[in-house]
Design a protein around this ligand. Sequence first.
Ligand code: BGC
Length: 721
Amino acid sequence: MESIFAAEWIQFPENLGEAAAEFLLQFKLEKPLQSAMLQVTSLGVYSAECNGKKIGGEVLAPGWTNYRKRLQYQSYDMTQLLQVGENTLCIGVGRGWRMHARESDWVQPAFGGKDTALIAALKLDYADGGSAVLSTGSGWLCREAKTRMSHIYNGEVYDAGFEDSFLRPVKVLDYPHEILIPLQGERIVETERLPVKEIFTTPEGEVVLDFGQNLTGYVEFTICGEKGKKATLRHAETLDAAGNFYTENLRTAKQEIVFLCDGGAHTYKPAFSFQGFRYVQPKDWPCALRAQDFTAIVVHSEMKRTAWFDSSDPLLNKLFENIVWGQRGNFLDVPTDCPQRDERLGWTGDAQVFVRTASYLFDCERFFKKWMADLASEQYANGGVPHVVPRMQWGEESSTGWADAAVICPWQMYLTYGSKQILREQFSSMRGWVDYMIARSTDGLWLGGQHFGDWCCLDDYATTKEFLQNAYFYYSTSLLIKAGRVLGIPVETYEAQAALTKHAFRQAFLQGGRVLCNAQSACAIALYFDLLEGAERESVAAQLADLVREAGHLTTGFLGTPYLLHALSENGYTDIAYTLLLRREYPSWLYSVTKGATTIWEHWDGLKPDGSMWDAGMNSFNHYAYGAVGDWMLGVAAGIQIDERAPGFAHIIFAPQADDRLEYLNGAIESRHGKVSCGWRRADGGRIVYEFTVPEGCSATLRLDGKEILLGAGSKTITVG
Ligand code: BGC
């Protein structure tokens, strides 16, 4: 049994409201250590120090789970931090996700209470062979921290001059230990430091610092002011049409850092909150504003970057980097919709549409293992899946396209990384969701319920909810069947169900070989989810191509967008897919790039061509969902695909599709076996030179011009034309 399970939960004796507490243990080490390890976690967010030095590289620990059910603890090697003689452990605890969101309507009672709490155990192994454990309990002391307010959305108030000299005994709290689990996800860490790119004065006369990149994290600043002087740092993602600092899209989230000076110089960064921003506006700054005194620190779950893209179109390259930043901005222990406004929630639908791209861009298997376990733990008894995980108190609805994250995400992890473990761990959760749909269906069709639909689409929700819920019903059932086969679990009843649903779907939603809801998303989904038979494929593909031609652009929302280009390129319309991808005007992926975007926007026209905003209420500039196109850029334009029969890139399928409008294009994915790459460039005489890399121990099938060639490990160049 790990030592932390024998420790006691401790609390500040009174309710501190939004102020942070510090818990201290002072002790004397009598003899040298062989090793020492600290296990620690909190209800809230903690920041731990030993003898004035920060412990571990993590920030915002212990991360975010439903603290009633699961709470991760971290383990730190303390051998180098402790010394023979006097030692002090000081652990600050702020509210973090413990009191999530606006207290009135969003608060998650399941996260419990307004008070933070701490539990820790320090295991000492002496050089002479003896050992001891120092755990949280009545022997610890506490005081109020200099952080007078911390809030996940609103930011922090730090009073450098505040000194709580009254060290008081802690209160021991009766709180369960069964919820404790060792860190399951990735550590949340600082991954990059960005200097100020520009300081300028807005038309309204405010001085603003621009870091040149929309990001998630916080600003470290050096400040010096008279005692009691109050300086404020405001954060914004964008400027408005006139070039002024714009914060309306944050809704109620203040994301402000307030620093109260004490006469001395300080270098400060928040410890219990994060902000989504590109610009900051220092207000009432007590000293000269110098760029070198401000640094933006990027914070997210620690994940290795694993995909690269490069082409002759700089806008396309920028789009790819914006997708990467979208993931960096929103993979903070849970995949969130956005990192700035008063939301920042683990929206299942957003994660589901982006998961394949995410799994290529970064190694996020561990990240998803943890979040999928979160999801399973939050699933309702009837198999339904909450809209957000960890869940909020929003009743027990399950929405099609959102709840399907339960099935789609684990399956993608298996495909990208090749390990069956996540399927084993999640299988009953996956089945739970499919059973939920089956239980609500009649003769293969599932009707009713509340669904978000093709969220943010441009065709007035022409793809109906009934269409979507049955398409996803079939798709998730078919993925469950595949997972069952991989695991050797009998799935005959699901096979029968899938056949029934497909039949019922075709009866209800097709007529004369056409999709009845005459919409791009509907056609793309019917094609991609394999809901069509025989000649229907060709006619629905033609219907889709016509719809795109008529509109002159895409009209898809969250659910249709990930499949739109695939549905076109898989059915003979690669040129149209490229036309959509390369389009620069609204609506398109590159429109935001032409507007200077450095992340992916929630809306195709977050910032309209005339400079005005889509809307103040729901306009995130860091929403990764439409970044799902990264998968097409790597998988079709560069042509790197997974073979479901040998996942994890053990066997690769190369099927690059070149386009006249580009001179060259290269994609690379660092798989678990090594680097997989594929690229093409134009050569003299209309020829195209293709280059491939297959990692050691792997093989590939190249599909080019209707032919198949088997490739072994190593690099290969093929010229066509
Ligand atoms: C979120 C979305 C989410 C949606 C559900 C929004 O507020 O930001 O990304 O999927 O609600 O429809």
